[in-house]
Write a protein that binds this ligand. Sequence first.
Ligand code: MLT
Length: 303
Amino acid sequence: MGNFEADLIFSCGENIFLPVVDSWIVIDVLRATTVITRWFELDGPELFPVKGTNEARQLVTKLKELGRKPLLMGEVNGIPPEGFDLGNSPVELNKELIKNYDCGVMSTTNGTVALNQALESGSYVVAASFRNASACLAHALSVGPRVGLLCSGRKRRPSWEDTLLAGAILEELNSLGQVLMTDSAKIALALWKNRDENLEACVKKSEHAEYLLRIGYENDIKFACEKNISSVVPVYGIVRTDGWSDYPSASLKAVRLSGPHVKISQAPEPQKNPGLESPVDPFEELLAYTKKNSPDFFLGRKN
Ligand code: MLT
């Protein structure tokens, strides 16, 4: 039985303070992290999550100049912006479509903003949905016992469905040992423990789900409520140390844990960021450096 620490942020936002943790589990159930999970379930290539639609369009132009074949997807107010190849619906993704591209560029209202804020914190970052929650927790714990749950929220406010998923992850974490939780984490756990039995019916109570239902995306909600059926873990890490200033320094790639319904007891040995292009893992180096050079780096504690 382990000893863990868990913190939770209810929504991303320009001035949020991200405490130092070993890893951030970024959550955007409706729909960014569900889309990202689906992308890698379908063996999608590297995926660049960017904060805004113009930044996304500019990155696509740059990638094409470099000879890449990017797919541009995302949403504003839930629907695809002008000129995007796809919106932000996980059920619209399929292998036939994805195989025509060698990378993806994604921009959404909250989810891609939260991913980039987590990356800027310097901690390890994974993207979780209900589909891959257990696998994400298993992989996050292979990096360290201090877990942060970053809920993307909705328009900079807490989101019902993201908080529910965070509570589900915290329930699993509590089944593994002692967890020192912040109040925000305790609130999410209480919400999950007091939920309606039917997850889809419960998620459909959220503001965002009600909006998506109105604009015709009910199937996305059903899809997003399929629990622990995927063992892909999207990791958002620094991938280039070759100084290619034309590329963003980071992208999402998939770690694939063994077998579906991965439970923590099967958590893999701590592993390097697989799938990184550089033989030296810059992320591990960064983490080691920060631990060595600022001993009180983690949660204000002396290591
Ligand atoms: C978000 O970024 O909050 C969602 O992806 C929005 C959506 O997909 O409707």
